[in-house]
Structure formats: C-alpha cells, structure tokens
Design a protein around this ligand. Structure first.
Ligand code: ZN
Length: 276
C-alpha cells in the first residue's frame, strides 16, 4: 500500500515535471496556472509534490466556473485571491468530479464563501460516509514529510460534500455565461463516482482522475478503483464526446483526444498483466 502510494507520487511528479515546459505561471508556493485556451485556465496544485489539475473558466457577465479544487484550503484561498485580483468580483460556481481530496478538498473554503458547489449525490454520500477515512489516508501520506504545513493543513481540514447534488446517472447540464457544461457519468472508474465535464463551446473535456496523462504508463492510486469497468467507462466517454479537442487529465499535462485512447490502452495493459 505504502509502496504503491510512493510509486504513484513519483509518477505524478514525473508527469508534473513535463508540465514545466509549458507556459506556466506561479500563483503561490504550490499553485500554478496556464491559459490553455482563451479564458480557460488550467490550475495545478502541488500538495505535497504531485500536481493535481483543476480548471477555471472565465465567462461573460462576470461569471466563472471552477471544475475541481486545489487539495485543501490554503491552495483554494490562493486561487480565489488570484481570480479576484485578475478578474475582479465574479459570480463563481464550482463542480466536483469525484470524492477524493484533489477533486473537492477546497469545498470547505468555497462553501464558507457561499459559492454553490455541484456534484453527484453519490459523491456527497461517499464524503459523508468515508470522509474520515480519506482524511486518515492523507494524514498518513503527509505525516512523515519534513515540511509540516501539509500535514497541518489536512489536520485542520473538513472534507465537505457538494451542496447542490443531482442523481449521478442523470448527470447535469449547466449553462453559464455563454458556455454549456455537461457533467457525465459513464460508469465506475478510478473511483465509483468519477465524472467528466465537457465544455461544449470550447470543446474542452475535463477528464479528471478518470483520464491519465501521456506521462503515465500505469494507473496511479487504485485502492478505490473498479479496474474492470474503468476502460469500459473511458470508451463511453469517447463515444459521448467525439468533438473533444482538448483533454485535461487529473494529473500531468493536458493533451488532445488521444489521451482518451492512451488511457484505455494503459488500463487494458495493466489489467492483462494483472491477470497473468
Ligand atoms: Zn486524482
């Protein structure tokens, strides 16, 4: 278990190093952004080392949508400070694509600011039922690090569920500032509740933890995964959004639609090797 976590940290670290080659700008100690398309910002939070991706979309009418959050409160506070400094006061909406800390660790801070957070009912119940186990896991991962601020921040954090829930099988269509965000659940994958979000006008697919970056040759943390269904689910995403031009994985650099095929291949190879 520990070996697997350390391995995945290294894989994530390699993935994020590749990211440095792109036009990235630092927001705070652990937080970076790059504008991957007009008004579409890839946000990467390294906490502690591996980078996890969120997406911030600036919209007309002084609105903004945040898909997934930094891992915890300090990163999320820095992100919102940067948004306010760069774009002024916006009406913000957030979407969670899964129940892990790299999807919704910022909810406590977002909800304290009365920002509506959308997510499946299943994500909410996973956090309600297993949020403490998740917290124990991240505390275990960070307790041995020299820099105590990681452990300390998770210690103070409460994992809170999204406050605007919908049935996961129905998904969600959110129209904001000239863009349509479609939340889609293709079936179980890296977790039993991971969804993807498609931006119809921008043709951007936020794949989150379901999608692996080109730097990944193995799936990362899979303790909560359904390894059999995962590639089947990614194939459903390929069918559902054939016009995707930009694809954002949960960790590592973004790419084009080939990332989806790459993910299926990695998972099928992994499953074939595991059954030998
Ligand atoms: Zn992840």
């Amino acid at each position: 278990m520990i070996t697997r976590i350390i391995t995945s940290v290294w894989i994530f670290l390699l993935g994020s190093l590749a990211c440095l080659a792109q036009d990235r700008y630092q927001i705070s100690a652990d937080l970076y952004y790059s504008e991957i398309q007009d008004s579409v910002y890839l946000i990467t939070h390294h906490f502690p080392t591996y980078g996890s991706n969120s997406l911030f979309v600036l919209l007309s009418g002084k609105q903004g949508v945040l898909i997934d959050t930094p891992h915890e409160t300090t990163g999320t506070r820095s992100l919102l400070k940067w948004i306010k400094f760069s774009f002024g006061d916006l009406q913000l909406t957030a979407i969670n694509t899964g129940w892990h800390q790299d999807n919704l660790g910022g909810n406590e801070y977002l909800l304290s600011l009365k920002i509506p957070v959308y997510g499946p009912g299943l994500t909410a119940s996973l956090i309600t039922d297993h949020g403490n186990e998740l917290k124990d896991l991240v505390l275990e991962q960070t307790s041995s690090l020299d820099d105590k601020r990681y452990y300390q921040s998770y210690k103070e954090l409460n994992f809170l569920p999204p406050d605007h829930t919908f049935p996961i099988d129905e998904g969600l269509l959110l129209e904001k500032g000239g863009e349509t965000f479609e939340v889609y659940f293709p079936g179980e994958s890296h977790t039993i509740d991971n969804t993807v979000v498609y931006l119809h006008n921008n043709r951007v697919l936020f794949g989150g933890c379901m999608i692996l970056s080109i730097r990944h040759q193995r799936p990362g943390f899979i303790d909560h995964a359904n390894m059999i269904e995962w590639p089947v689910s990614v194939n459903k995403v390929i069918q559902k959004f054939p016009s995707s031009e930009t694809v954002i994985p949960g960790h590592g650099p973004h790419g084009n639609a080939r990332l989806l095929d790459h993910t299926v291949k990695i998972l099928e190879t992994y499953n074939a090797d595991s059954s030998k």
